[in-house]
Design a protein. Structure first.
Length: 81
């Protein structure tokens, strides 16, 4: 998705960067996020990253729309500018 959006906004080398849970939590706290909230956000991200949060989604998949990532990227690029 980073490559698709990057291309749409004229930054084809845009990359997705990953950070460790501890680094993310420490950074959020250093910017004023309460430790409890930072921990919960890190936990949510871990559930997304590991696929835990997708279990119910995978058991009950929704009907997909017709908009493709590349089409959305063009709308995104217009709003980004």
């Amino acid at each position: 998705m980073a490559a698709v959006l990057g291309t749409a906004i004229g930054k084809p080398d845009l990359q997705w960067l990953s950070f460790g849970d501890g680094q993310v939590k420490t950074t959020m706290e250093s910017h004023g996020v309460a430790p409890l909230m930072a921990g919960l956000l890190v936990e949510l991200n871990a559930a997304i990253r590991t696929g835990l949060i997708r279990e119910d989604y995978d058991r009950h998949p929704p009907a997909m729309g017709k908009v493709k990532a590349e089409e959305f990227a063009q709308e995104f690029a217009s709003a980004f500018k």
